[in-house]
Ligand binder design. Structure first.
Ligand code: A3P
Length: 350
């Protein structure tokens, strides 16, 4: 057992608990899994190499962090925030680069170790971006971590880590956009993601996946703890809290709030154009996979059957996905965990 700069004890998963993960998450669990206690956040072992570096990551006053639990609308918000800050007139050539190259995923290096992923070729755009941004740096010290460090100001950076594992001065120094989404849609979306991406390669059932979710046994661990850490700080001036469902139903109003928070001073016309540019259909139509073919890191049969990363982009797609028993289970779990929160999630557009 080791301890981290954030004050967590790192506890390796063992025995049946690890074997269960290895059986179902065949893309990553064989790398070893660890929990960060207190909190029971769950990561693959390679995260331990980055945990302290991330906790001590030097934040800047011009930084904006997009922080979410997985599948809450991160990519959508990354594109909105980057576009508002860097491409207000939709004429910045950098916009052609994939969003994770412009808004790097701080802890993504832990996910690149899967044996199901081919090591990226030197002509891979991500590696080329790394060589350009980080000349002379060693990729084994973290491609995405070092790109996050080297990103020119103003930096926008993505993370799925809870606030307690991110730099403690982040909310004093920089701005954080936190996106939350109702848990019934989140688990449907994460199930798809985990089957789609080879780095996860989930091979179990949807019922078991929901069980993993309610047991806090999915990658990143407790959904409620993540949400609570941000919700409790929602009144702080450098934290902006957004619900996916509001962004969907009242996009322009939410962009106006972001405009004030980010101090981007965009006009209503600019915001209208950005709203359209970042809509689900527009982002899906731009979702080209440069360099590598999709099959290098996605399961093509899942794409053909259930769609790619841009799957549905709606509120309420969970309907019809749960058996009555499973729905009772998740509803009870939500009810229990929402006590004292003061959040009313929207589960449909009606
Ligand atoms: P679904 O699987 O329900 O379709 P994240 O970026 O956090 O991984 O979240 C991905 C989810 O956000 C997916 O949900 C994806 O389709 C949805 N999404 C991505 N871009 C979107 C957009 N522009 N508008 C609405 N939803 C979007």
């Amino acid at each position: 057992m080791t301890s981290t700069a954030s004050g967590h004890e790192v506890v390796p998963l063992e025995g049946d608990e690890l074997r269960r993960q290895e059986k179902d998450f065949t893309g990553y669990a064989d790398l070893g899994m660890v929990r960060f206690n207190p909190g029971r956040c769950l990561f693959m072992e390679p995260f331990t190499k980055f945990a302290d570096k991330i906790y001590k990551f030097p934040v800047k006053s011009s930084d904006v962090y997009v922080v979410t639990w997985p599948k809450c609308g991160t990519t959508w918000c990354q594109e909105i925030v980057w576009t508002m800050r860097n491409n207000p007139n939709l004429d910045n050539q950098m916009a052609k680069m994939p969003v994770n190259g412009r808004v790097p995923f701080l802890e993504f290096d832990m996910l690149l170790k899967s044996k199901l992923l081919k090591p990226p070729a030197p002509d891979n755009p991500m590696m080329q971006g790394f060589q350009k941004m980080c000349p002379g740096k060693d990729p084994s010290d973290g491609v995405f971590f070092q790109m996050s460090e080297a990103l020119p100001d103003p930096r926008t950076i993505k993370s799925h880590l809870p606030l307690s594992l991110l730099p403690p001065d982040m909310l004093k120094t920089s701005k954080v956009v936190y996106v939350a989404r109702n848990p019934k849609d989140v688990v449907v979306s994460f199930h798809h993601h985990s089957r789609l991406f080879k780095g996860h390669n989930y091979v179990g059932s949807f019922e078991d996946f929901v069980q993993y979710f309610v047991d806090d046994d999915l990658l990143y661990g407790p959904y409620w703890l993540h949400l609570k850490e941000a919700w409790e700080r929602r009144e702080e001036s450098n934290l902006h809290f957004i619900f996916y469902e509001d962004l969907k139903s009242n996009n322009i109003e939410e962009l106006k709030k972001l405009n004030r928070f980010l101090e981007t001073k965009l006009t209503d016309t600019q915001l209208e154009k950005i709203s359209n540019y970042t809509s689900f259909n527009e982002m899906k139509s731009r979702d080209l996979v440069p360099g590598d073919s999709a099959s290098d890191y996605m399961n093509v049969e899942v794409i053909h059957k259930d769609g790619g990363f841009f799957r549905k982009g709606t509120v309420g797609d969970w309907k019809g996905k749960y058996t009555p028993e499973l729905e009772v289970k998740i509803d009870n779990w939500i009810k229990k965990n929402l006590q004292g929160f003061g959040i009313n999630f929207k589960y449909s557009t009606a």
